[in-house]
Design a protein around this ligand. Structure first.
Ligand code: DGL
Length: 270
């Protein structure tokens, strides 16, 4: 009954944490492609090749349903995977759709035609590859009309956090928020479209101000997954062992993961 969670590295542990808290009885197999992270500065073909390789490993581990916790993979590879790669008996889902459903006040899984929604000005903060893909705008256009999206590529934030330099990460977040506000002075909502940003969510909130509603992924993804599994219980795969897999050095990745999530995490080789 395992479910797979794919990420380019450690950031997806924010999603793992929320899913585990929401669905403690479901064994989760986490795959971190640490050997090839970060994805946010790679090109789309590269991201597609790496993501399909990682998801294949999760299928092999008995996961029939895989969540791409990585926004960059969801943005740059998911649609192509769903259109011509995912086998008929498997499902791969991304992190943008739950976010957009929350933003546009839809029920989970509501695929009805796009309609006018309350929110009109949305700020998107994400990696350069996610912003370049325009996947968020595309998925939003399937569900809402008349929404203006201003995207800010937050160069340097993931790297600073990866190096444990939170002072630099916070300074970069503030400067990216300033840059966004020069383009869109009064966003009503802000989407934190990267696995790492929940860890600096307070800085985003502070820099954006109290008038802006901030949408952060982990709890939304967990709630929408719980709803999806309630509607599709057959999607739980044959795997039964929870584990953490990495393409990187398991010892090093485990120690960084333990710091990142502030709980003991032991990775094994993918
Ligand atoms: N996981 C990526 C994302 O959510 C951030 C880290 C990376 O660039 O690989 O976009």
């Amino acid at each position: 009954m395992a479910v797979g969670i794919f990420d380019s590295g450690l950031g997806g542990l924010t999603v793992w944490d929320a899913v585990h808290a929401r669905l403690p009885e479901v064994p989760l197999v986490y795959f971190g492609d640490n050997a090839h992270a970060p994805y946010g500065v790679r090109d789309a073909d590269d991201i597609y090749d790496l993501t399909t390789a990682g998801v294949t490993r999760l299928f092999e581990a008995g996961c029939d349903l895989v969540i791409l916790a990585c926004n960059t993979a969801s943005a740059a590879a998911l649609r192509r995977m769903q259109e011509r790669w995912v086998p008929a008996d498997k499902r791969v889902l991304g992190v943008f759709v739950p976010l957009i459903e929350a933003l546009t006040e839809r029920q989970w899984g509501d695929n009805s035609p796009p309609r006018e929604v309350a929110v009109k000005n949305v700020a998107l903060f994400a990696t350069p590859a996610t912003v370049a893909s325009r996947a968020f705008q595309r998925e939003l256009a399937f569900r809402a009309i008349g929404v203006d999206v201003e995207a800010q590529a937050c160069g340097g934030v993931v790297d600073a956090m990866g190096e444990g330099d939170m002072i630099l990460a916070e300074a970069l977040v503030r400067s990216h928020v300033d840059a966004l506000k020069r383009k869109m002075p009064h966003p009503e909502a802000a989407v934190l479209g990267c696995t790492h940003y929940p860890l600096v969510e307070a800085v985003f909130r502070d820099a954006l101000g109290p008038a802006v509603s901030v949408y952060s992924q982990p709890s939304l993804v967990a709630a929408s997954l719980a709803d999806y599994l309630g509607r599709h219980p057959g999607r739980l795969g044959p795997g039964h062992e929870a584990m953490f897999l990495t393409t990187g050095d398991p010892k090093r990745v485990s120690s960084r993961a333990t710091q990142f999530l502030r709980r003991e995490i032991a990775f094994r080789p993918a």
